[in-house]
Design a protein around this ligand. Structure first.
Ligand SMILES: Nc1ncnc2c1ncn2[C@@H]1O[C@H](COP(=O)(O)OP(=O)(O)O)[C@@H](O)[C@H]1O
Ligand SMILES: [Mg+2]
Length: 469
């Protein structure tokens, strides 16, 4: 069974991706020496942030070389400085063979399972296993099939003559093989493949040499050359799967369909222990490779002390992915404790992390990012519109300015213009508040909003009304 290892949408099936916040990011925009490219045209959607991109390039290299399982990397920096974008860029750069799981800190609280079980599942989703299977096959062109039916009808015997360009052999057929050959409608001139272990027969196509024998072949018939060399061949097939998928398949209460529903429940630790032992065995025997991938935890300040200590311990285990966390918190309180620490992470976890910092953008970089976003959203901006959006980005936030692109484009299309002009941006700026203005407004009219205690005052002269009842 071959099951896709990537299930988080980060980079999988890019063609189908909707326009999302990071859909313009196609990689880290690095050259062969892992140095950031600066020209907007070939930097995979990435603008500036050179130091952090260079650092991510080093991480990328170490991951692909399998050198840094069990490490933690912390992305820190103010909001809207590209922390999430960098992680998405890394996911793309790593390609489909390395598992990359992307979650947000708060996600583990919304599951019906315990926090640590949720984290364990995300950890194990981020570790890929390549299982190698050696199969012995007989592959060749069928020369003749002869089946003797005994008169009583009970016992069947037969012979299969099969050849390559170099040799021809006759095999005795048991009644199971005969049944399969009849079912697959194999006739002389077919190229077939027989799995020696399971006896499974697959019809691969028809020999070119026999192409003329039948005029009335369906168009779906594939013509192949008669195989060369030995009749018996060995093939290695590989299956990529994540540890979590193996867990689900083997946890008896769930069954493998749970992979698709995502409703996996708690998986007993005995199941995981058995699987770990088995995988270690297979690794010894070179039947399996373990590919530690990446678990990206965005907004990691949402985690609490229990989660952090779990992560700390999990990183020490033999089967650990690389954990990349991102936060915009400075010195703050760790959830579930009363003490503050840098980035709200407990000291022992900070200690084991490599920290990559993102810097606020300059005006030019903001303008480039906004221009890229406009192309991504297929919106054409007039020069003045870009300038105003950039000014808005400088004074409020990049995210807010980026959001105004699609709103302005709506306003432009209402007046049947294909190009977003200065006034369209102005109007959308007036219609939709940024956080700063919203806070100002709230402070001015605080009494008209429902407060934490459920109290609200409809008009200035009325007393506070109680809506909490
Ligand atoms: N260096 C960059 N190049 C291109 N786009 C970027 C860059 N940095 C940020 N962005 C885009 O700006 C927006 C905000 O960045 P984001 O990564 O969400 O910030 P953060 O996670 O640091 O709060 C996103 O749409 C992101 O894709
Ligand atoms: Mg972010």
């Amino acid at each position: 069974m071959s099951i896709s290892v990537k299930d988080n949408g980060a980079g999988a099936s890019h063609e189908l991706a909707l326009i999302a916040a990071h859909s313009h990011i196609q990689g880290l925009g690095l050259d062969a020496n892992l140095q950031p490219k600066t020209a907007a045209a070939n930097s995979q959607g990435m603008v500036g942030q050179l130091k952090a991109r260079r650092a991510m390039g080093v991480i990328q290299k170490m991951i692909t070389e399998g050198k840094i399982a069990g490490r933690a990397i912390l992305l820190t920096g103010p909001p809207s400085t590209g922390k999430t974008a960098l992680a998405m860029g890394l996911a793309q750069a790593l390609g489909a063979n390395i598992p990359f799981t992307s979650i947000t800190g708060s996600e583990i609280f919304s599951k019906e399972i315990s926090k640590t079980e949720a984290l364990t599942q995300f950890f194990r989703k981020s570790i890929g296993v390549t299982i190698k299977e050696e199969t012995e096959l007989i592959e060749g062109e069928v020369v003749e099939i002869s089946i003797d039916r005994s008169l009583t009808g009970g016992h069947q015997q037969g012979k299969l003559t099969i050849k390559t360009t170099d040799m021809e052999t006759i095999y005795e057929l048991g009644h199971k093989m005969i049944e399969q050959l009849t079912k697959a409608k194999v006739i002389a001139g077919d190229i077939i493949s027989i799995d020696k272990a399971s006896g499974k027969i697959s019809r691969m196509g028809r020999s070119f040499a026999r192409a003329r024998d039948y005029d009335a072949m369906g168009s779906d018939v594939q013509f192949l050359q008669c195989p060369e060399g030995e009749l018996q061949t060995r093939k290695t097939t590989t299956h990529d799967i994540s540890l979590h998928e193996i867990d689900v398949i083997n946890s008896r209460s769930q069954g493998f369909l749970a992979i698709f529903s995502g409703d996996t429940g708690e998986i007993p630790s005995q199941v995981r222990d058995q699987i770990n032992t088995k995988i270690a065995e297979w690794k010894e025997e070179s039947k399996a490779d373990i590919n530690p991938g990446v678990l990206f935890i965005d907004e990691c300040h949402m985690l609490d002390i229990e989660c952090f200590s779990f992560i700390n311990r999990a990183l020490e285990s033999e089967l650990a992915p690389i954990v990349i966390m991102a936060t915009n918190k400075g010195i703050s309180r760790t959830r579930g404790t009363n003490y503050t620490s840098p980035h709200g992470l407990p000291m022992d976890l900070i200690d084991r992390s490599i920290i990559i910092q993102t810097q606020p953008y300059g005006q030019e970089e903001l303008a480039s990012i906004l221009a890229i976003r406009a192309i991504e959203e297929e919106v054409e901006l007039a020069t003045e519109a870009v300038q105003l959006l950039t000014k808005i980005a400088v004074e409020t936030s990049l995210r807010y300015a980026a959001n105004l692109i699609s709103v302005s484009s709506q306003i432009a299309s209402k007046r049947k213009s294909k190009i977003v002009e200065l006034n369209d941006v102005k109007r959308s700026y007036m219609l939709f508040l940024d956080a700063g203005r919203s806070v100002g407004f709230l402070e001015e009219f605080a009494t008209q909003y429902i407060d934490d205690g459920g109290k609200v005052r409809i008009s200035q002269d009325e007393d506070k009304m109680d809506t909490s009842a």
